[in-house]
Write a protein that binds this ligand. Structure first.
Ligand SMILES: Cc1ncc(COP(=O)(O)O)c(C=O)c1O
Length: 426
């Protein structure tokens, strides 16, 4: 009897501690700042922390074409059946054409599967590297999107090449190219953002990309291209695809991780695609099968509903044109905000060179502010930027741009007070 009771007690205590040794994951710095923003009761507070588009009124944005297609899907009683594990063929083909154009010879060499947005596509590549590729060394140009570290650190040794020049607020061209040539292991993998770099807004020039492609060839590096912001600089996907075009010209094999979060505003729908450009057509079916199996193991099937939305927009001329026109409006508004902010900083005669606001591209700018200055922006000015200085340019509008410019000016010109400023976020 006593032995039975002990056994039960031991079982109970083992049960109690079953998950006890789990450590907390690192908190997401973006949502840490966003939480603070939500708790702030000030009327004129400004949120520049999230990497999402906001309208001139500061509201979340849904593309007109998305609304129309959703109404259509509801009206025609779209069913909720499973799709294939690699995604619908029509979705994959349209997504492929959006990135690579209409050259059928090329399209026949691209393996495509639907993914859980851009992040899901990157995650598929990390699984591929873990299972199929040696050496498991992944080079990142840093700083980069935090999840790049998370996804590749699990499966590979990470090499970080500092790409941001704090003096010029631009790209460290010579240093990155030199390091790629000399320190990155032969045959390893390099992850590169195609354009509108997160968090800096700083992209390599066409000349830099040409050189990087050449080195990838010489050193047999496998490029993984994160295309989350393709189309989000100019409103034109092809125009923003300089590096992809160079890689194609140089006959590389490479991955492109595509996302509809930003360019179609489908953030929460989680829709994207993974493309693998192969030298041989024969490899396409194998790769598509391989990645479909991984998706199947992980999630059985990718979401059918968001793929219907995208397919209808890409496959219907009227919706496609409307989406493209609105993408121009959206990206145009971001560019207008850059011009306006630059003008304000000049008017205020804020010390420093603010030309980077115009030279950096896409959703983000990287303000040259210290952590203390960023904390001051948050705590005292109610302008919520990341502690790295990353500002989401879509959070600017004509009403708040003066508040933001004045806040930057104030924190830049009152250096002495930072010792008193409490640090709000870790
Ligand atoms: C550089 C970069 N890559 C990928 C993603 C992933 O986005 P999603 O999974 O929503 O496509 C993001 C999201 O912000 C990003 O900034």
């Amino acid at each position: 009897m006593r032995r039975a009771r002990n056994a039960i007690r031991m079982y109970a205590s083992a049960q109690k501690n079953f998950f006890g040794d789990l450590e907390y994951g690192a908190p997401d710095p973006v949502f840490g700042v966003f939480d603070l923003f939500m708790k702030d009761k000030t009327r004129n507070k400004v949120n520049l922390s999230l990497g999402v588009y906001r309208t001139e009124d500061g509201a979340p944005h849904v593309f007109r074409a998305v609304r129309k297609v959703e109404e259509e899907l509801a009206r025609f009683d779209c069913d909720k059946e499973y799709g294939p594990s690699g995604g619908e063929v029509s979705f994959n083909n349209l997504s492929k054409k959006l990135i690579f154009g209409n050259d059928q010879n090329l399209l026949d060499r691209v393996a495509t599967v639907q993914s859980i947005s851009g992040c899901g596509a990157i995650s598929l590549t990390s699984q591929y590297l873990a299972e199929r590729k040696e050496p498991q060394t992944v080079t990142l140009l840093t700083p980069t999107w935090d999840n790049h570290y998370v996804l590749f650190n699990k499966i590979a040794k990470i090499i970080g090449l500092e790409m941001y020049d704090t003096k010029t607020s631009g790209f460290r061209s010579n240093e990155v190219i030199e390091a790629l040539r000399k320190t990155v292991p032969y045959g390893s993998t390099v992850v590169l953002q195609a354009c509108a770099h997160n968090p800096t807004g700083v992209d390599p020039s066409e000349r830099d990309w040409t050189e990087i492609s050449k080195i990838c060839k010489e050193r047999h590096l496998l490029p993984i291209i994160d295309g989350a912001y393709l189309g989000f600089i100019s409103g034109n996907i092809s125009k923003d695809s300089t590096f992809i075009k160079i890689l194609l010209e140089d006959k590389h094999e490479f991955f492109v991780c595509q996302s509809y979060s930003k360019i179609m505003g489908l953030y929460g729908e989680r829709i994207g695609a993974l493309h693998a450009v192969c030298n041989k057509k024969e490899d396409v079916a194998k790769l598509e099968g391989y990645f479909s199996t991984i998706t199947q193991e992980l999630a059985w099937r990718p979401g059918a509903y968001p793929s219907h939305i995208v397919s209808r927009i890409l496959g219907t001329q009227e919706y496609y044109n409307d989406w493209m026109a609105e993408l121009q409006e959206v990206t145009g508004r971001i560019r207008d905000m850059r011009v306006l902010l630059h003008k304000k900083m000049k008017e205020l005669r804020t010390p420093g060179n603010w030309d980077f606001i115009l030279s950096q591209k896409g959703l983000f700018s990287y303000a040259p502010l210290s952590v203390e200055q960023c904390d001051d922006m948050i705590m005292n000015k109610h302008v919520y930027i990341l502690r790295s200085g990353r500002m989401c340019m879509a959070g600017f509008n004509k009403k708040n741009i003066g508040i933001i410019a004045n806040a930057i000016h104030d924190v830049v010109t009152k250096k002495s007070q930072y010792m008193q400023c409490p640090a709000p976020i870790q």
